[in-house]
Design a binder for this molecule. Structure first.
Ligand code: AMP
Length: 188
């Protein structure tokens, strides 16, 4: 099984590229943001619990995310690969992911990061807020999401670099060009 983590700050284009990679290789795309938004939209107990956290641009608890991922793995044990988009986002999540994969005889295969500078990220997120009406893309919330990224998620770069799993791709350009650069790094 190929376990790919698509890494990068909010607005880097992970979602767009993850869909394309999953389609090309026949793997399962897992966006924790999409999973959580679906819970919120359906008004489930879990959705009600996480709504205010998400609206504020903060991170949902590790415990909850790990529970969600555990059930994703259990329910998709026949797939040939995963494209993880938006998970892991904390060191604790990364360590728990490793443990979870190990229990299934698996490891993280590759971490591909989309590199985009901060100014470009903010302008993309503001545009997305207008286009999609995403509540978590207001200016104040965007700032929060970037702070969360720098504080909690960026340390994962060292974690995966130390394991020789981390590769960066320039995330500015056309969708197709970036996709080609990503695909060059993926050797299933
Ligand atoms: P995303 O669409 O990936 O930007 O996720 C939207 C929101 O969902 C984030 O701002 C967090 O509130 C929450 N979320 C998604 N994935 C995670 C995660 N791995 N850990 C904590 N919170 C998450």
């Amino acid at each position: 099984m190929f376990n790919l983590i698509l890494f990068g700050p909010p607005g880097a284009g992970k979602g767009t590229q993850a869909v394309k990679i999953a389609e090309k290789f026949g793997w399962k795309h897992v966006s924790t943001g999409d999973i959580l938004r679906a819970e919120v939209n359906q008004g489930t107990p879990l959705g009600l619990k996480v709504k205010s956290v998400m609206d504020a641009g903060h991170l949902v608890s590790d415990e909850l995310l790990i529970e969600i991922m555990e059930s994703v793995f259990v329910n998709n044990n026949t797939v040939k690969g995963f494209v993880l988009d938006g998970f892991p986002r904390t060191l604790n999540q990364a360590q728990e992911l490793d443990k979870m994969l190990l229990r299934h005889g698996e490891v993280v295969s590759l971490v591909l990061a989309l590199e985009v500078d901060e100014e470009e990220l903010v302008s993309r997120l503001l545009k997305r807020a207008l286009d999609q009406g995403r509540k978590d893309d207001g200016e104040e919330v965007i700032k929060n999401r970037l702070v969360q990224y720098h504080h909690h998620t960026k340390p994962l770069i060292d974690y995966y670099t130390d394991q020789n799993l981390y590769q960066e791709v320039h995330g500015v350009g056309t969708i197709e060009d970036i996709f080609s650069q990503l695909c060059l790094q993926i050797k299933p």
